[in-house]
Design a protein around this ligand. Structure first.
Ligand code: 8IG
Length: 282
C-alpha cells in the first residue's frame, strides 16, 4: 500500500479536476497492477454484459474507492471498475478499462462528476474511449434492440464539462476513423445524431418532434458531456447507442422503464458480441 496523500475535493471550485483524475489514475494503476490502459469503455443501459466478452478480467476495483468517484447511493449496488486484457486479431494485447458507475447529469452531483470517468481514463493513458448508452429512437424502422453508431450530437443540457475559456473543436467529435472500423465489424450498423436531454424525465412528444426537426435521430440522458470532456482530454471517441424504446410520441404506447430494461436484456448478448468485436479491432 502506498502512503495516503490527500486527494483534492472535486466539488471545490479551486480544485483542478485533472488533478483528481491523475489521483484516480494512480489509484487504478496501483489497485489493478496495470500501469497503463489503452482503451476505456463506459457501459450504458443494456450494455452491462459486454465487458466479459471483451477479454479476461485482470482486476476489479470498487469504483467508490477511486478518488473523485461518489459512494454508491444504494447499499449493495456499488459498481466496479475493471481492467481487461484484450487480445487483438494480430495477437497483440491491449488493456481496456471498463469504468463502472457512470454519473448522470440528472443526479445533480455536478458536471465535474459526469466528466470524471473519462478524465480518469485519459489519465490512465487511454487514447480511445467507447461511450455506450441506451436511448430512445426517432425512427420507426429502428426497433428496440437496434445498435446505432453516433455520427454527431446535440447537447441540449445547457451546460458544458469544460470550464473557463476552453475552446475545443468538435467538428469530428465522433471519430470517422473509429466509425469506419466499427462498420467493418458490422456493415449494417446505421449512424445517427444523438440528442442529450437533461432528464430524468423522458421527453414529451412535442420535445421529441423538436429534437427530430433539429436533426436528432436518438434521444437520451448521457454521452454528449462525456464525449466533449473526452475530446478535450485528447481521446478519440466512439459512441454507440442501443435503441431500447421508441421515443415518446413515435409509438402510440407510453414509455415504461420496465420495457426499456427488458429490451436491453433481450438485446444484451447481441450487442455485447458487437462491442467485443469492435474493441478487439480498435
Ligand atoms: I433507455 O426515450 C432511454 N433513455 N431522454 N429518452 C431519453 N432517455 C432515454 C430514453 C428516451 N430511453
Amino acid at each position: 500500500m502506498s502512503t495516503t496523500t490527500a486527494v483534492p475535493d472535486l466539488d471545490d471550485p479551486s480544485t483542478d479536476p485533472f488533478d483528481v483524475a491523475r489521483a484516480a489514475a494512480d489509484h487504478i494503476a496501483e489497485a489493478t497492477g496495470v500501469a497503463g490502459h489503452d482503451v476505456a469503455l463506459v457501459l450504458g443501459s443494456g450494455w452491462g454484459g459486454a465487458a466479459e466478452l471483451v477479454g479476461d478480467v485482470v482486476a476489479e476495483v470498487p469504483t467508490h474507492e477511486i478518488p473523485g468517484f461518489a459512494k454508491p447511493s444504494v447499499v449493495g449496488h456499488g459498481s466496479t471498475t475493471r481492467s481487461i486484457c484484450v487480445e487483438r486479431p494480430d495477437g497483440s494485447v491491449r488493456h481496456a478499462l471498463v469504468i463502472g458507475g457512470r454519473t448522470h447529469l440528472y443526479e445533480g452531483r455536478g458536471v465535474r462528476r459526469v466528466a470524471h470517468g473519462v478524465r480518469t481514463a485519459a489519465a490512465t493513458g487511454c487514447e480511445t474511449v467507447v461511450l455506450t448508452n441506451g436511448c430512445g429512437g426517432l425512427h420507426i424502422s429502428w426497433r428496440p434492440g437496434q445498435p446505432v453508431l453516433l455520427r454527431d450530437h446535440l447537447n441540449l443540457t445547457g451546460t458544458s464539462p469544460l470550464e473557463g475559456a476552453t475552446f475545443v473543436d468538435l467538428t469530428d467529435l465522433y471519430s470517422p476513423r473509429l466509425r469506419e472500423i466499427a462498420r467493418q465489424v458490422d456493415t449494417e450498423l446505421p449512424e445517427g445524431v444523438y440528442a442529450q436531454f437533461p432528464g430524468p424525465h423522458y421527453e414529451t412528444p412535442a420535445e421529441v418532434k423538436m429534437a427530430g426537426l433539429m436533426g436528432a435521430d436518438l434521444v437520451g440522458m448521457s454521452t454528449t458531456l462525456e464525449a466533449i470532456a473526452a475530446r478535450h482530454a485528447g481521446m478519440e471517441v466512439l459512441g454507440i447507442s442501443l435503441v431500447t424504446n421508441l421515443a415518446a410520441g413515435i409509438s402510440p404506447q407510453p414509455l415504461s422503464h420496465e420495457e426499456v430494461l427488458e429490451a436491453g436484456q433481450k438485446a444484451g448478448p447481441r450487442i455485447s458480441d458487437l462491442l467485443a468485436r469492435i474493441v478487439k479491432s480498435l
